[in-house]
Ligand binder design. Structure first.
Ligand code: ADP
Ligand code: ADP
Length: 232
């Protein structure tokens, strides 16, 4: 599942002004990589993440995901690609407060058409993958911040995506919980999933093997540590 951006631009029209949120990004991320995107506020990180995650399309340039040109897909096709291939994790967890952990995690499966028993079983397996097998029936407000984010990770995993994308996943967590969450991302990466995360925090970026620095809509630094698989 290779990610290949070539000279991607994202232009926003603001009245008479245009803003180049991405000013020509060429970036390849190979299957199995663990990459952190860093950069100051306003540098284009969210825009880049939205394009990589098939939430949005480039204005110009090419985005090929697993050799499929996604830059030209319509909204429905984009949604199908996103739901099949990518799991999302957000800073604020985005869990539904009235639903239990297992119900939250099963939610993405409702659209996939499997029956309720099957959905619950798959959700329980995903929760076990993040160490929450004993919290299936807890609601978000009965869980710690770190546990809530683990529920969100389980939800991202339940469709078995090959890519996990996380936008500031530790932004609302203390250091201990942050490290636990990053350990989970490292495990998921070790199992062969591609992990791409946006973070402001150098300590968090340390967990990634590759650090991509963005500024003014451009990649200004791109460094991969060590050798082995996933080096791109
Ligand atoms: P970051 O995530 O690094 O803070 P963003 O990708 O959110 O950066 O924003 C990059 C630039 O694009 C900023 O100048 C921002 O104001 C602008 N921008 C982002 N989204 C929009 C939008 N929907 N409409 C207009 N301008 C936008
Ligand atoms: P921000 O980084 O500005 O705080 P979020 O991380 O909450 O915003 O969301 C980033 C983008 O992802 C937004 O464009 C939002 O519409 C979209 N988004 C939020 N939740 C989901 C979701 N569950 N599935 C798909 N897209 C989402």
């Amino acid at each position: 599942m290779t990610i290949a951006l070539t000279d991607v631009k994202k232009i926003y029209q603001m009245g008479d002004n245009t803003v180049a949120a991405l000013a020509g990004v060429t970036l390849h991320i190979r299957a199995g990589e663990f990459a952190a995107i860093m950069g100051p506020s306003g540098s284009g990180k969210s825009t880049l993440m939205n394009i990589l995650g098939c939430l949005d399309r480039p204005t110009t340039g090419s985005y090929r995901l697993d050799r499929q040109e996604v830059a030209t897909l319509n909204d429905d096709q984009l949604a199908v690609t996103r739901n099949k291939k990518i799991g999302f994790v957000f800073q604020n967890f985005n869990l539904l407060p009235r639903m239990s952990a297992v119900q939250n995690v099963a939610l993405p499966l409702v659209y996939a058409g499997s029956d309720k028993k099957e959905r619950q079983a798959r959700a329980a397996r995903a929760l076990a993958m993040v160490g929450l097998q004993s919290r299936l029936d807890h609601r978000p407000n009965e869980l710690s911040g770190g546990q809530r984010q683990r529920v969100a990770i389980a939800r991202a995993l339940v469709n078995d995506p090959s890519i996990i994308m996380a936008d500031e996943p530790t932004g609302n967590l203390d250091t201990k919980s942050s490290n636990e969450i990053m350990d989970i991302f490292q495990d998921l990466n070790a199992q062969g999933r591609t992990v791409v995360l946006v973070t402001h925090e150098p300590d968090i970026a340390e967990f990634a093997r590759r650090v991509i620095q963005v500024r003014d809509g451009l990649v200004v630094r791109d460094e991969t540590r060590g050798g082995g698989p996933g080096v791109g």
